[in-house]
Design a protein around this ligand. Structure first.
Ligand code: NAD
Ligand code: MG
Length: 297
């Protein structure tokens, strides 16, 4: 069986053709993506890098968060899975994969635009696991709006609540329960540096995540808690097929990258595992770009 260590040509490893036009209502479901994304279900091989860790992953039902949850579990972590209630079907599949890996999965549906719900998923983790030592924030809202006049204040607010405020609420609630050695990994985007004209609200939140993480990393370093960021380029996930891009952009999705194709969520797992494990022990306040070769600052 091939796994993430198999010698492979990255140009041809995955679909190079772009994706068929399709639309789901946000947040969309992995189960309805056509073609299906690869989250590492059949390939990610753990080697005990996170044995016994207590993890909380947001956006864990689909896309990047699903790939992260699978990888953390196969590396030996128990995982609380957060997602929106409408994503229960996707989340159940991830819970099954975590349990098949021999680890505990706890389902924690919650809308993170609500402060008490966001803080609540941390309390659930502490109640179920007795603490938290891996916090991976993957949940995010991205809705493409071509004209500024059409960007509603409600959307602007919801994008900031989901991508920035929730991060603050969750991290503030979690830190008192995180022992030295714990890690926080947040999710930014190539959009932080090269914003698309139709992603004004989203791109701004992603730069905020980079900056918040760098400030927090310095503040928390003396306590032995590291904070890092993964900044993906174009990855095939429900977010892209439910308004994150104009539908007409999907046939060329990802082809602007030097590798000439979109990434698959499975290709991000290694970045999150590295930043969550002790092997990155001297790395904090950094952003790891996984984007098919697009230049970053
Ligand atoms: P995805 O749709 O699979 O995941 C996003 C998840 O965010 C959803 O599954 C949902 O559970 C969660 N979410 C959204 N609003 C929420 C809310 N109010 N409360 C709770 N959860 C909420 O798509 P993805 O592409 O895997 O996105 C994961 C992260 O990766 C996001 O932060 C996104 O900004 C980031 N990202 C994605 C890409 C890409 O090309 N797919 C590129 C750069 C960054
Ligand atoms: Mg989802």
């Amino acid at each position: 069986m091939t796994d993430q260590y198999t010698f492979t040509d990255p140009v041809t490893q995955y679909r190079q053709d772009g994706y068929p036009e399709q639309h789901q209502d946000p947040p969309g479901l992995a189960a309805e993506l056509e073609p299906k994304a690869d989250h590492g279900e059949g390939s990610y091989r753990g080697t005990g890098r996170l044995t016994g860790r207590k993890a909380l992953v947001t956006g864990a039902d689909s896309g990047i968060g699903r790939a992260v949850a699978i990888a953390l579990a196969r590396e030996g972590a128990d995982v609380v899975l957060n997602y929106l209630p409408s994503e229960e079907k996707d989340a159940q599949e991830v819970a099954d994969l975590v349990r098949t890996a021999g680890r505990t999965a706890v389902l924690a549906p919650a809308d993170l635009t609500d402060e008490s719900a966001a803080r609540g998923i941390v309390r659930t983790t502490v109640e179920k696991f007795g603490g938290i030592d891996l916090l991976v924030n993957v949940a995010g809202k991205q809705q493409y709006v071509e004209k500024l006049e059409d960007l509603s204040p409600e959307q602007f607010d919801a994008t900031f609540k989901t991508n920035v405020y929730a991060l603050f609420w969750i991290i503030q609630e979690a830190v008192p329960h995180m022992p030295a050695g714990s890690t926080i990994v947040n999710t930014s985007s190539i959009q932080a540096y090269t914003p698309s004209p139709g992603l004004v609200d989203y791109a701004t939140t992603k730069m905020a995540i980079n900056t918040m993480s760098k400030a927090l990393a310095q503040q928390l370093a003396p306590r032995g808690i590291r904070v890092n960021v993964v900044a993906p380029g174009p990855f095939w996930t429900p977010l892209q097929a439910s308004g994150g891009q104009p539908t007409s952009a999907l046939p060329e999705f990802g082809q602007e990258t030097p590798l000439g194709r979109a990434g698959q969520p499975a290709e991000l797992a290694g970045a999150y595992v590295y930043l969550s494990s002790a092997e990155s022990g001297y790395v904090t306040g950094d952003t790891l770009n996984v984007n098919g070769g697009m230049p970053t600052p």
